[in-house]
Design a protein. Structure first.
Length: 268
């Protein structure tokens, strides 16, 4: 079972959790940090090589959580153009295309291997989607997508994998292809999520920024940081809040606190 609440207050740590985080102040060396940045694409490619298309579950919750995918239409069967920035192997893309026949989707990912998996999927059709490899921090989206042409951009568990110093470049890139008055739908890891507290000592890259054993990285967002990031690139905030879930593992009698940030930012 799971219990969920939304709001603007961050999760409160237990004394043990607070002590663990306070103790863990040693950062990964500058040399290793530069190596991780240089090898980021390779590490994600290896991740998909190891896990194929089996790691993430298909995300059938997107239309439930993001009513905007329906609400942004002016009439019921209006054709929507969406961009899924950081599509992985299509766990979000394909359920959406199946559920909504009036969507054309652009989708891109950092990992060439992930893009290949998307193209090999039985549901992939060039009439309904265009998938391409892209480093959102430096490859211009305008090379593949016309300016001001996209109704909705989804940015779901993507920005957290990017170095905080480069996140603004992703938002600037997306801004160019989004239609005025339309939105970016964001969901990603929030501060003090269970995953953040599970990192072993020696995994810290910076404030709220960690490296996993496989070399992939993860940032944990505060509401304030995300808000400033988007506003600095010209977006207006519509919704920005923590989603806190208590997931109960009955078999092991464990209560796992998950924290996400779910937000919506509009291009004026």
């Amino acid at each position: 079972g799971a219990f969920q609440k939304k709001g603007h207050s961050a999760r409160v740590l237990s004394p043990e959790e607070a002590e663990k985080l306070a103790k863990d102040q040693v950062l990964v060396s500058e040399f290793k940090q530069q190596k991780l940045e240089k090898e980021a694409q390779k590490n994600w490619d290896l991740f998909y090589k190891r896990n194929s298309t089996n790691f993430f579950k298909d995300r059938h919750w997107t239309t439930r959580e993001f009513q905007e995918l329906k609400a942004c239409r002016e009439f019921a069967d209006q054709k929507l153009t969406i961009l899924e920035a950081g599509c992985g192997v299509g766990n979000c893309l394909f359920p959406l295309l199946e559920e909504d026949l009036n969507i054309f989707a652009y989708a891109c990912d950092f990992s060439p291997r992930a893009v290949e998996y998307v193209k090999k999927n039985a549901l992939y059709s060039t009439e309904r989607c265009k998938v391409f490899q892209c480093d959102l921090t430096k490859d211009d989206l305008l090379d593949n997508i016309p300016a001001d042409s996209v109704d909705v951009v989804t940015l779901i568990f993507v920005l957290s994998a990017i170095h905080p110093d480069k996140m603004h470049l992703v938002l600037r890139n997306i801004y160019k292809v989004l239609k005025p008055g339309k939105c970016v739908l964001f969901r990603d890891y929030g501060l003090y999520d269970h995953a953040m507290l599970r990192f072993k000592s020696g995994s810290k890259l910076g404030e709220n920024f960690y490296v996993r054993q496989d070399g992939t990285r993860s940032y944990f967002f505060t509401e304030e940081f995300l808000s400033q990031l988007f506003k600095a690139e010209g977006y207006e905030q519509v919704v920005n809040e923590y989603v806190q879930r208590e997931t109960v593992n009955r078999k092991e009698d464990l209560c796992v606190p998950r924290v996400f940030l779910q937000s919506k930012f509009q291009k004026p």
